[in-house]
Design a protein around this ligand. Structure first.
Ligand code: GLY
Length: 308
């Protein structure tokens, strides 16, 4: 039994391991591990406190996949609900669908009894106002520029990118006592994104994939690249072909880094094979992930293979 997560999963990994130790499934563990991250207002890349889109709306994406059956559920651009990972799981379990977005996802969350919640914290709102309302020059009043820019969102989105704001996300992967794998991913996506933009996190095969036969993988970083390269699926297919998890992540990451992309930033993959071997790769040196098994009191911090 093992849980691995992106480093920002530290607030939830203990809960995920407790679920496994009590006989819970890998699916239960990844959901339980992600929920505390979604509630942490200090994490500005996931759930409550996530940085909003260009209009100041927090739009959340999440997905969950059961490696036992390859069943999957996902929600995208969900507003007003703190636990997109749990709504995604409900999509998987209660609907003949895999993926709901926007108003339909919110309607479904309400139908399923999830409580509505304000997701935009004061800190996230301040950061949005500072970024989107800054004047272009001393001669141009900030507020006027803001109103002008809001009429031309498609132009403004290109300059709103802030390289100091990491395109983070939380990944959880678990292997349970029955030998089953599951993966969960949750994010508020690219800070200051165009309204309605979806990244890789809710796209099965891009940011999330699990298959008991070969392994599981998940991504953080610029989701547009993971969508173009089908990165989580590719990582699992590299394990299918016999690569160790570290090498599978590195091979999939090399394919991502071959893409032409002017916005490319940090990109990370984490994987877990059916025997419980974890692995990870990053295009940043010193990037880490965490792993924890029942019986351990603290997660272990592990280096990701550096690929450049
Ligand atoms: N990887 C998260 C996103 O691009 O939205």
């Amino acid at each position: 039994m093992l849980v691995v997560a992106s480093s920002n999963g530290r607030v939830g990994i203990g809960e995920a391991v407790r679920v496994l130790a009590a006989g819970g499934s890998a699916l239960d563990a990844v959901e339980a591990g992600i929920q505390p991250v979604e509630l942490d207002p200090a994490d500005h890349s996931v759930g409550v406190g996530g940085l909003p889109n260009m209009l100041g709306q927090v739009e959340l994406d999440a997905s969950i996949m059961d490696g036992r059956t390859r069943a999957a559920g996902a929600v995208g651009a969900l507003q007003g609900y703190a636990h997109p990972i749990s709504v995604a799981r409900k999509v998987m379990e209660a609907l003949p669908h895999v993926f709901l977005v926007g108003d339909g996802a919110a309607r479904f969350a309400a139908d399923m009894g999830f409580p509505q919640q304000e997701l935009l914290t004061a800190a996230a709102r301040d950061a949005w106002e500072r970024r989107l309302r800054q004047p272009a020059s001393d001669a141009e009043p900030g507020l006027q520029r803001y109103y002008d820019a809001m009429r031309r969102l498609h132009e403004r989105v290109k300059t709103a990118v802030d390289p100091t704001v990491p395109n983070e996300t939380v990944n959880f992967l678990a292997l349970d006592a029955g030998g089953h794998l599951a993966t969960g991913v949750s994010t508020s996506g690219w800070a200051w994104k165009y309204p309605g933009r979806l990244g890789d996190s809710p796209v099965i095969g891009a940011g999330n994939y699990a298959d008991d036969r070969y392994g599981a993988a998940a991504c953080t970083g610029r989701g547009e690249l993971a969508i173009r390269a089908c990165t989580a699926f590719a990582t699992v297919m590299h394990m299918r072909a016999g690569l160790a998890p570290d090498d599978a992540c590195a091979a999939a990451l090399q394919d991502v880094l071959a893409l032409d992309d002017q916005y490319a930033g940090p990109f990370n993959i984490v994987a877990l094979d059916p025997t419980g071997r974890p692995g990870a790769a990053s295009n940043r040196p010193d990037s880490t992930y965490i792993a924890m098994a029942p019986g351990q009191s603290e997660p272990v911090t592990c280096p990701r293979l550096y690929v450049h």
